[in-house]
Design a protein around this ligand. Structure first.
Ligand SMILES: C[S@@+](CC[C@H](N)C(=O)[O-])C[C@H]1O[C@@H](n2cnc3c(N)ncnc32)[C@H](O)[C@@H]1O
Length: 304
């Protein structure tokens, strides 16, 4: 793959793509302004594309200057995810605009940003209207890790060292028009979110991906999933079955999603399921590519 980017917002395809073009265009324009300012300010500091050593030192810097806020599991997952993405998207060649949904405390972007210096990353996080105590954050909203202050402050503090990361924005997948806050994209990443949120979030993720992704753009989803209705893993799915039971005990709306159901959402939204990659601890990385414009607003119908 030469590059993720296959079109610009001004192309006829992109203009036809969305009935909400003006809002998306405004979001794009403000993202572009911010990008240009940051690029100018940091041109001298840009990482050389192939320099993962430099990437590692940036991560160290981000890590040592802040109190440890990331959850242990986020720290465990991020390097295997980076390695898998480097195989899927060769980092010297990939340019474009990307967004992470539910970025948590920013642990993954601390390695993806330097790992993919040609991508402009937009971190997002769900900001609940009523904040809850740290110890209740997982049970209430599936949040892991600690916060410095607000969700977005935490993200920005961690990701400030990276020239190719934009200021974070609040995104709630249950907000009907969530995708209007992220502009048009070449890559949408969502890790460990769909099993700790209602099924409507899975629908909304695909529906929004169909809206914001440029033709050829990709949606990458990571987490624990079922396949063909079965729990998977080298332990015959025992670990994931137990985890699913714990999730459902916490909330009847949570639980491991089935890859087949996600594939169905994908095809309805105009995305094609490309690859399913086995990851450590019985997780999967799912790759979808936007191949056509899907119908908007009726994604739930694909299960009727
Ligand atoms: C287990 S954490 C994963 C955080 C991070 N992505 C990671 O892999 O370490 C689940 C994330 O889902 C987010 N989330 C929960 N409900 C959401 C919603 N309605 N819209 C967007 N994100 C949501 C939470 O805020 C939280 O950051």
């Amino acid at each position: 793959m030469k590059t993720l980017r296959t079109s610009s917002l001004s192309s006829p395809v992109a203009a036809r793509q969305s009935p909400r073009t003006s809002k998306l265009a405004a979001a794009d324009a403000s993202r572009r302004d911010a990008q240009h300012a940051r690029r100018r300010a940091s041109a001298a500091m840009r990482l050389s594309p192939a320099s993962l050593a430099a990437a590692a030192s940036q991560v160290d810097k981000a890590q040592t200057e802040l109190p440890q806020l990331h959850h242990a599991s986020a720290l465990r997952n991020r390097v295997p995810i980076l390695k898998a993405l480097l195989k899927l998207l060769p980092n010297e060649e990939v340019v474009g605009d990307a967004c992470e949904i539910g970025a948590g405390t920013g642990a993954l972007l601390e390695v993806l940003a330097p790992g993919f210096p040609g991508i402009n990353w937009l971190p997002t996080e769900f900001v609940p209207q009523e904040p809850v105590e740290v110890e209740n954050q997982w049970a209430a909203h599936g949040k892991i890790g600690r916060r410095l202050g607000s969700e977005l402050e935490t993200l920005d503090a961690h990701l400030q060292p990276f020239a190719n990361v934009l200021p974070s924005v609040a995104v709630d997948l249950l907000d009907e028009n969530w995708f209007e806050n992220v502009g048009s994209l070449d890559l949408l990443v969502c890790c460990n979110v769909l099993h700790v949120s209602p099924w409507a979030c899975s629908e909304a993720l695909f529906e929004g991906a169909g809206e914001v992704l440029r033709p050829g753009g990709q949606l990458l989803i990571y987490g624990p999933f079922k396949v063909n209705g079965e729990f998977i893993g080298d332990d015959d799915g025992a670990g994931n079955r137990k985890f699913d039971a714990k999730l459902r005990e916490n909330s009847v709306e949570w639980g491991l999603r089935d890859v087949d159901d996600l594939n169905r959402l994908a095809s309805y939204a105009g995305l094609e399921a490309k690859k399913r990659i086995d990851m450590p601890a019985n997780n999967l990385l799912l790759q979808f590519v936007k191949v056509r414009t899907g119908p908007l607003g009726r994604i739930a119908e694909c299960f009727m």
